[in-house]
Design a protein around this ligand. Structure first.
Ligand code: EPU
Length: 499
């Protein structure tokens, strides 16, 4: 089994290009099941989860292959509309396998998809997915660990365009749950509704950028979706969808992880293909910590920062640390962000944050503590909670992190303690008291983002950190050790038998 060995304490310097988003790519790939025409996706990252999704789609009659002439392009072609079984053996390795449910049901009239089950970050129910599909008229039952869904009078395998088959029907669907909306549930219901008869309105839809990207791709396939990226999404059903060529949005979580890698090592890193607009709450919290971040226009290459942040060397921490959430990121004066309007005298012009920016992160001072609450988008993302915690272990004072999406997503805490961090957990909240130094230790990766947090801690720690079970990391970060080495980190992948 692979492990990382890190010699910490080296400031990272250089340039990284952010890859296409894993969590956007997975539902986009599943959406290729909605058409019998070819779909091309660009900038799909090369990750274990993507390979698993390719395997799952292959078992569902959808060929997935890298374009021989263009290494950036992945071609998907659902040539055989017969199969509708997403087997446990594949779905158990990757929870996102559940996002074939909506497309299969809408296109083929039936789907038998393994219940994904829980994982290290929590129970991860799928009740909202099922509620949404039932609202569209599907018959759904659970049997032998599988979700079995059918369109009444459907399942003839002839495609939704076929006159004889049943279709889902548009409906008013509410997708709110105890912890907010559901990202993959919204993807499932939205995808299914594209081929339904009539209009579907999803209330309390997930607003994550990955949902917006899926809607953009579906619209380019002939769907009629409005409001994606807001809590109300409207889908006017169409008879059929056609092929498309779509570029995946950059991975906001990978981007945020490398921002922290620069900050935690007191480095200076330039990030290309940086989705500034998708990271507002994250960048707001980092600004309060004292991490300097500048964004420049990607297309033109002209610097127009500072976009966020704002402290310099020698500044002291202030009571900003008690605030939380996206509301704090809102500009004080709309003239500061509205393109075309003059900035207030004495203030820098702040440009509209883009999705493919070039951003520079620099860190040259002690960190200030912050109060962070993870929330659905545009709040602080749960997928960056472990990484931020690693950073805050080195802040000057007490930080508070509350996890509102997956209240048990704290397996990294015990491992950070092994490295000398001072954290106390009480239910969904962790008090992180900053220490002067972290010290290298052998630690165990437990899930994808916890592993990323441990790598970041290892980069900052004195001495050697060994991170076991990095296969979790390979699910979501493309060749992370190569990227970090390119920035000057001392990190090796080794094969450690039996750990
Ligand atoms: N929930 C329900 N019922 C449902 C579905 C979800 O109660 O039917 C609850 C969950 O238990 C959780 C909350 O709703 O408390 C949000 O879960 P959501 O359904 O939004 O999560 P997901 O769609 O399964 C995606 C990402 C996760 C990310 C979450 C939250 C993918 C492939 N996965 O999962 O990413 O943490 O949204 O933003 O898109 C990761 O990349 O490391 C990762 C775990």
């Amino acid at each position: 089994m692979d492990a990382f060995i890190i010699q910490g304490g080296r400031p990272l310097r250089g340039t990284v290009r952010v890859h296409g988003s894993k969590n956007a790519s997975l539902p986009l790939m599943a959406a290729a099941l909605l058409t019998q025409e070819a779909v091309t996706l660009r900038d799909v990252p090369d990750l274990a989860d993507i390979r698993n999704m390719s395997k799952l789609l292959g078992s569902l009659g959808c060929k997935v292959e890298k374009d021989a002439a263009d290494s950036d392009a992945t071609n998907l072609h659902a040539h055989d509309w017969g199969p509708s079984l997403a087997h446990y053996d594949i779905v158990r390795t990757m929870r996102a396998g559940v996002c074939v449910l909506g497309p299969l049901l809408a296109a083929r009239g039936q789907a038998k998809v393994s219940m994904p089950g829980g994982c290290a970050i929590g129970d991860r129910p799928v009740d909202l997915h099922i509620r949404g599909l039932k609202a569209l008229g599907a018959r759904v039952r659970l049997e032998g660990g599988y979700i079995i869904a059918e369109v009444p009078d459907g399942g003839t395998g002839g495609g939704a365009a076929s006159k004889e088959r049943g279709r889902l029907r548009g409906a008013h669907v509410f997708l709110g749950g105890p912890n907010g909306s559901t990202v993959l549930g919204t993807a499932n219901v939205m995808s299914a509704a594209t081929l339904a008869e009539g209009v579907t309105v999803i209330e309390c839809a997930a607003c994550e950028p990955e949902v917006e990207d899926l809607a953009d791709m579906l619209n380019s396939m002939g769907a009629k979706i409005t409001g994606a990226g807001t809590p109300r999404v409207t889908i006017e059903g169409v008879d059929r969808l056609h092929g498309t060529d779509h570029t995946v949005i950059p991975d906001r979580i990978e981007a945020g992880t490398y921002v922290i890698a620069a900050a935690i090592t007191n480095g200076a890193v330039t990030l290309e293909n940086f989705p500034t607009r998708d990271l507002t709450a994250f960048l707001d919290r980092l600004a309060v910590c004292g991490v300097t971040m500048e964004a420049a226009d990607y297309a033109k290459g002209d610097a127009v920062g500072p976009a966020f942040a704002t402290r310099g060397r020698g500044d002291t921490c202030d009571d900003d640390s008690a605030s939380s959430g996206p509301a704090d990121a809102a500009p004080a004066d709309p003239r500061d962000t509205t393109p075309g309007l003059e900035p207030r005298p004495g203030r820098p012009a702040v440009r509209h944050p883009g999705r493919r920016d070039t951003a520079r992160v620099a860190m040259q001072r002690r960190l200030c503590p912050v109060h962070v609450v993870t929330q659905p988008h545009p709040g602080f993302p749960t997928d960056l909670q472990a990484q931020l915690m690693a950073l805050l272990t080195l802040a000057d004072g007490n930080s508070i992190i509350t996890e509102k999406i997956f209240p048990d997503r704290f397996l990294h805490v015990a491992e950070l303690l092994r490295m000398g961090a001072d954290c106390i957990r009480s239910g969904p909240t962790v008090l992180v008291s900053g220490v002067r130094d972290l010290v290298g230790a052998p630690v165990m990766a437990s899930d994808l983002r916890a592993s990323a947090g441990l790598v970041l801690a290892g980069l900052a720690a004195r001495g050697t950190t060994t991170i076991n079970r990095v296969y979790h990391l390979d699910r979501g970060y493309e060749r992370m050790e190569t990227t970090l080495r390119g920035l000057g980190a001392q990190i090796e992948r080794v094969d450690v038998a039996g750990v």
